[in-house]
Ligand binder design. Structure first.
Ligand code: CP
Length: 315
């Protein structure tokens, strides 16, 4: 049995058993959702979001509610942040109201880890995205989605392309793919958006999307994170799309039936065309749907939950 999770801060902090256990439980929840309904009734989760979010915030909320938890949402706008309250004071204030889990999204790298370090025993912290650093629940849902389409990761050739430098999804997904033994991880980005050495470790790097995509089984596109950069010399949206956008013609260079992923939000006509995003090879909405199961698994693991016994079977 995997060691219980204290917090979920990044993929690197998980051991292999914990990763496999999270994925196994997510699959189980997806196949038999009724067995997991209300398992965590009476527990409280607070979403503490200092950045915008649609997928992550709502799917954590839906996941918690499916498990029977109470949920409270904090957004910086409309809170005492506007009166000068610090992240730490806001966290301590909310922690004093006795939640079991606080899910944090913040623009600073390491914000969630800093809060986990001061959390009282019994309070679990989940990193829902910290700056350019990590987005571990995205990596769990992406691995879950990939595992439904590819049984043997050692044969998988996957390309991640776009703004790799500012992307916390890239860092967490690359770590997850390495840990799951992906056969080939390719990274492709224009010069100012290339990843740092730690992210690039063990990957094959390209500076040209047409070459990078040749023969891959999966391509994951990432948007340009304009909110995390200033002063970079980037082409116009049209020029970027011409050089770095995924369209049907480019996708035809990949392996037949190549799957397309994107963590969202998408900028249509920039890093991806609508015909590809909405086309038959796209897994983008499957990723969104799997986000709920992945996050139910994460919450249950943080609360020390195990798979419930089937009714009629002995414990
Ligand atoms: N993938 C992701 O983190 O999306 P949101 O910003 O909408 O949560």
């Amino acid at each position: 049995m995997a060691k219980p999770l204290d917090h979920l801060l990044d993929i690197a902090s998980l051991d292999d058993d914990q990763i496999h256990s999270l994925l196994r439980m997510a699959r189980q929840i997806k196949s038999e959702p009724g067995r997991f309904r209300n398992l965590c009734s009476g527990r409280l989760m607070i979403n503490l979001f200092y950045e915008s979010s649609t997928r992550t915030r709502f799917s954590f909320e839906i996941a918690a509610k499916r498990l029977g938890m109470d949920v409270v949402n904090f957004t910086a706008a409309g809170s005492s942040v506007s009166k000068g309250e610090t992240l730490l004071d806001s966290f301590r204030t909310l922690a004093a109201m006795a939640p079991d889990i606080i899910v944090v999204r913040h623009p600073d790298d390491g914000a969630a880890a800093g809060l986990a370090a001061v959390a009282h025993s019994g309070l679990r912290v989940v990193n829902a995205g910290d700056g350019c650093h990590a987005h571990p629940s995205q990596a769990v849902l992406d691995a879950l989605t990939l595992s439904e389409h590819f049984e043997d990761f050692s044969q998988l050739r996957i390309l991640i392309a776009g703004d790799l430098h500012h992307s916390r999804v890239t860092r967490s997904d690359v770590e997850m793919l390495r840990r799951l033994g992906a056969g080939e991880i390719r990274l492709a980005a224009p010069e100012p958006l290339r990843p740092g050495p730690e992210t690039a470790r063990g990957t094959i790097q390209f500076d040209d999307l047409d070459r990078a995509i040749e023969g891959v089984d999966v391509v994951m596109m990432l948007r340009i994170q304009h909110e995390r950069q200033s002063g970079l010399d980037l082409p116009s949206a049209e020029d970027y799309h011409r050089a770095w956008g995924l369209n049907a013609e480019r996708l035809s260079r990949a392996a037949p039936g190549c799957r397309v992923m994107h963590p969202g939000p998408m900028n249509r006509g920039v890093e991806i065309s609508s015909e590809v995003a909405d086309g038959p090879q796209s897994l983008i909405l499957e990723q969104v749907a799997n986000g709920v199961f992945a996050r139910m698994s994460i919450l249950l693991s943080l609360l020390g939950g195990e798979m419930p016994a089937r009714s009629g079977t002995q414990a």
